[in-house]
Write a protein that binds this ligand. Structure first.
Ligand code: ZN
Length: 148
């Protein structure tokens, strides 16, 4: 089995069986993300405690790439410090858009590297991460983002 196939298998498995597919309640941060191009639509909820992601979930509907991205994102970020979370988020967004992304702390998220060959799919993979960014960094009350 080639590496591409292996990565594809992992994405399909996480789509079929998404981890942390829930709304965290009570939560301290949330955002609603929508990708009109594909129809992906998720709410990301986070409980941050003393600078650490104590719990994180995502819930909604969307394609295999977007759902697997939410599953692997939440699985990767639980228990991590906010500084590390933001660093991983930046590296992931680079991974799906640039040739020379920093991969050291991405772990299994590396399976999304091939997505950059399919520009339409980049928004699917990035959606839950954009919502995460909005939930954690946007000070305003309107926690809704749309990929255009
Ligand atoms: Zn999608």
């Amino acid at each position: 089995m080639s590496l591409d196939n292996l990565y594809q298998q992992m994405i399909l498995e996480h789509n079929k069986n998404p981890r942390n597919f829930k709304e965290v309640d009570p939560n301290t941060h949330y955002s609603h993300g929508h990708n009109p191009l594909c129809g992906d639509d998720y709410v990301v909820t986070i409980r941050l405690k003393e600078g650490i992601i104590e719990d994180i979930g995502f819930k909604g509907t969307g394609c295999a790439i977007s759902k697997a991205s939410g599953s692997l994102m939440t699985e990767t970020l639980i228990g991590k410090k906010i500084e590390d979370v933001l660093n991983i988020k930046d590296n992931f967004l680079n991974l799906v858009t640039e040739e020379d992304a920093e991969k050291d702390n991405l772990g299994k998220l590396i399976v999304f590297e091939g997505v950059k060959k399919f520009p339409v799919r980049v928004k699917c993979a990035a959606l839950v991460w954009r919502a995460l960014e909005d939930a954690l960094l946007n000070e305003s009350d309107d926690h809704t983002i749309t990929t255009e």
